[in-house]
Design a protein around this ligand. Structure first.
Ligand SMILES: *Cc1c(COP(=O)(O)O)cnc(C)c1O
Length: 823
């Protein structure tokens, strides 16, 4: 936490004080950059960050209303007499300068972590392993960006004696700033993968860019088993006089060598360094976890004379839940699950998400919270601060589970109840106490709060579709980058947002300020309005019976025929309304809905001009084969017809009418035809035609219910289709065609991913179940199985089922629960 006055900060960042001079001597203890997750006014300084897609200056009036009095800005026009401003050239840079200055106030050791994978896990595990020996300040969650790193370092204060911060970059040149902010004494280079490779011309360049973090470090921990990493690290260490702390799992020459052995669900790891030998074990068997544990062990040997003190800790390491899960709960509740090792920073972040989930539907807000561990604060101060946070975020009720939080019950001022243990909570659990409420369930792993979540969760079907909301936003931004800043974006959320869920996706899109949402039928739009979505919504296939509903809910219909227009006009006039917004669809070759002939178009123009009941917001058409180069000539002809027809309207109306024709593949392949708006669909959900670096957003998952042996003369499933050629091991999974998995994927046309292996679907897929051939693998009931997601692309599944990704996505049935992940 920082403690500088505004005048001091202004000096540190080379700014000028403007606006109201009153608060120049105000001491600041909190820095904020995201107005949306902000609550407490107190002594906060807001940095108005600007980027290609957002502008923090826009939120200043709102923040002043909420009581913020001090701002760092780069836009003079934002300055007014209601607050004190520090004017700088670049607000991100100013934030970084402040962090550099703050960092220089401390000389306890700091560990810096970079590399492609494992940064957050290593950081969290080091924290677990070392927390008896050190008081540790670390990056919250995976705050590792140009903004996240300074915000993390600003958390340093004198009560700590070890810092652990992670740094991530996606482009050349970015590490420079982070190096000075973190200024690590000890470095960890995790590994190198192909993420963001498009921005680097070689893997060596990417490694070296990341290594810059350690230019002034004393020691660098790295794995010697990847040839290219080893070579680059060793050249780097020679050049910058950094001591090499290399390790190997494969007997390569290194300071520390490890060997491993799998025993049940544990891996035993043997370390040998300078003639000394150590042995420890971890409750994981996958190769990434082993690699992460080796990094942690080497760091322990650097920080402690004798790592024996901590080897036992490795056995208790837990998986790190880096994302929050958002699920539907019982009685119209929304659950926000956070199994992240509780600490105050992550509590503040989780409360912000809870607030966002509750705000639109005006839900009651409840927090179920475990004891908070390892904060280094005296418990009385800690729970007092927890209560302050709950009050700041206007939480209605807190339920404490655990002996420590219960002991401090008298520090809580909002409605509360406390239970000494999870069992006590479960004994007195009553479903009726949780109704129309947004509930944050937050507890460190050992409290087993997934059991609390299970009590409150709506559906218990083992099969689920996980939707990664961060990936969705990332995909949206990739498409935005293909467009001019002024081009509007309509996002297609029809068909349950291509199967990924309606309200949750729409909430995220509204939060990202998309210009329009599009649904297929009026009911879908009404549902969004009921959930508090205010973004304009267009109904693509309006039916005459739904017109009154459309008007009542301020939805905007797509008018595709003269008849529809006449009918809608009549209803608008009956409602006594004027200039009701509509969108006109022109048929330029699809021969589906749309105005086609010039006479139809003339008639529509006359009908609209004759009075002012209706206003044309936009005119659009839809491409037939935007994804297929074979039909590019046809696509060109569609553009031509569209432009000609649009011209007829432009000449007839005095106001501007927006034009749009591109869908996702169109945006990728014909960005010069973006006109005033584009309609983004499948691309948002991760499917690309041109190799854009989109992220997968949906993962269809289930768990193994039973495992059995099948002999040579036996078969698997209906009609004896699943034949085996050796004695086989079969895993049964509760996912069938009624869940939306295409039956064509049976009989080895499709596969699943289990452990780290691909396995075929054997036999016919049943209504509610399928069978996997897991011969030769160690598989037990409860194991997770992926059907599409990071390891199996939706495109591949579509191909195997002889269909298109759209059908795979929209086909996942409603009984499969959707779980939303957000970082
Ligand atoms: C569904 C739809 C889109 C989006 O298409 P994608 O191929 O998913 O990008 C665009 N425009 C209209 C009219 C649509 O119906």
């Amino acid at each position: 936490m920082i403690n500088f006055s505004i005048a001091e900060i202004s000096k540190i960042v080379g700014g000028k004080i403007a606006g109201l001079p009153e608060f120049a001597n105000q001491r600041i203890n909190q820095v904020i950059t995201d107005s949306r997750t902000f609550f407490n006014s107190g002594y906060s300084l807001f940095f108005a960050l600007t980027g290609p897609r957002n502008n923090g200056h826009l939120y200043i009036p709102n923040l002043i209303e909420k009581g913020v009095k001090t701002f760092v800005v780069s836009d003079k026009n934002a300055i007014n007499k209601n607050a004190t401003f520090i004017l700088v050239e670049n607000t991100t840079l100013a934030l970084q300068q402040l962090a550099i200055y703050h960092r220089q106030q401390f000389n306890f050791p700091v560990i810096g972590i970079t590399g492609s994978n494992g940064k957050t896990i290593i950081k969290e595990w080091l924290h677990e392993i070392l927390s008896d020996q050190f008081k540790i300040v670390r990056s919250p969650k995976s705050y590792n960006s140009q903004v996240g790193v300074p915000l993390s370092v600003l958390l340093m204060n004198p009560i700590y004696n070890l810092g652990i911060f992670e740094a991530g970059i996606s482009q050349p040149g970015e590490m420079e700033n982070l190096t000075e902010i973190i200024s690590p004494e000890i470095g960890i280079f995790t590994n190198i993968g192909d993420a963001h490779q498009e921005n680097f011309h070689s893997i060596q360049q990417k490694i070296n860019e990341k290594l810059n973090l350690f230019k002034k470090s004393k020691k660098l921990v790295y794995c010697c088993d990847s040839g290219v990493v080893k070579t680059e690290v060793e050249i780097f260490c020679e050049k910058h006089l950094v001591e090499k702390k290399g390790w190997s799992l494969k007997n390569n020459p290194a300071l520390i060598s490890f060997t491993t052995k799998t025993v049940n669900n544990f891996t035993e790891i043997y370390a040998s360094s300078n003639g000394k030998k150590y042995q420890f074990k971890i409750p994981f068997t996958d190769s990434s976890s082993i690699e992460n544990a080796c990094h942690c062990f080497v760091v322990s040997t650097i920080l402690m004379n004798d790592p024996l003190q901590v080897v036992e800790r490795f056995e208790k390491l837990e998986p790190i839940a880096m994302r929050l899960e958002i699920k539907k709960g019982i009685n119209n509740c929304v659950l926000v699950n956070d199994y992240y090792n509780s600490d105050l920073n992550s509590l503040a972040i989780a409360l912000a998400v809870l607030h966002q989930q509750a705000a639109k539907e005006h839900l009651y807000k409840q927090v179920i919270l475990s004891d908070i561990q390892q904060t280094g604060m005296p418990p009385a101060d800690l729970y007092k601060r927890v209560n302050e946070l709950l009050v700041e975020w206007k939480i209605d009720e807190v339920i404490g589970v655990g002996s420590k939080i219960s002991y401090h019950f008298n520090l809580f001022s909002i409605k509360n109840s406390f239970y000494n243990s999870l069992n006590k909570f479960k004994e007195s659990f009553n479903r009726d106490n949780f109704k129309s409420s947004a509930i944050l369930i937050k507890g460190a792993r050992q409290f087993e709060f997934e059991k609390v979540s299970a009590l409150l969760q709506q559906k218990a079907h083992q099969t689920q579709l996980e939707i990664n909301l961060n990936a969705l936003v990332n995909n949206l931004n990739i498409f935005k980058n293909l467009l001019k800043p002024e081009t509007k974006i309509m996002v297609m959320v029809k068909a349950f947002s291509y199967g990924s869920g309606d309200v949750e996706i729409a909430k995220v899109l509204q939060y990202q300020n998309v210009d329009y949402l599009a649904v297929a039928v009026a009911d879908e739009g009404v549902q969004l309005r009921n959930a508090g979505i205010l973004t304009p919504i267009i109904v693509m296939n309006p039916e005459q019976d739904s017109f009154q509903n459309i008007i009542d809910n301020r939805l905007e219909p797509n008018i595709y025929s003269v008849e529809l227009l006449k009918c809608f006009k009549k209803i608008v006039s009956q409602n006594g309304l004027q200039e009701f917004p509509v969108h006109l669809k022109i048929d330029t070759g699809m021969n589906r809905l749309g105005l086609k002939s010039e006479s139809e178009i003339d008639e529509v123009i006359q009908l609209i001009i004759s009075n002012n009941w209706i206003k044309i917001k936009s005119i659009f058409s839809h491409l037939v084969a935007s994804d297929d180069p074979k039909y590019d000539n046809f696509t060109q002809s569609q553009f031509e017809v569209f432009e000609k027809q649009v011209e007829l309207f432009a000449q007839s109306f005095p106001y501007k009418i927006e034009r749009h024709i591109l869908n996702s593949a169109g945006i990728e392949r014909f960005p010069h035809k973006q006109f005033d708006m584009v309609r983004l669909g499948i691309g948002l959900y991760g499917v690309t035609n041109t190799g854009l670096p989109l992220e997968n957003i949906g993962t269809l998952k289930s768990t193994v219910s039973q495992v059995k042996t099948v002999n040579l003369n036996e078969t698997v499933g209906y009609s004896r289709k699943g034949e085996v050629s050796v004695i086989s091991k079969i895993a049964i999974v509760p996912l069938g065609y009624a869940d939306g998995l295409d039956r064509k994927l049976g009989n080895k046309n499709g596969s699943a991913f289990i452990g780290e292996k691909r396995v075929p679907i054997i036999g016919n897929i049943c209504m509610d179940m399928l069978m996997l051939d897991v011969t030769g693998l160690s598989v037990t009931p409860g194991d997770k199985v992926e059907f599409f997601g990071p390891n199996i692309s939706i495109l591949e599944v579509a191909k195997n089922a002889s269909t298109i990704p759209y059908e795979i996505l929209t086909g996942i049935s409603q009984r499969v629960k959707r779980v939303y992940l957000q970082e």
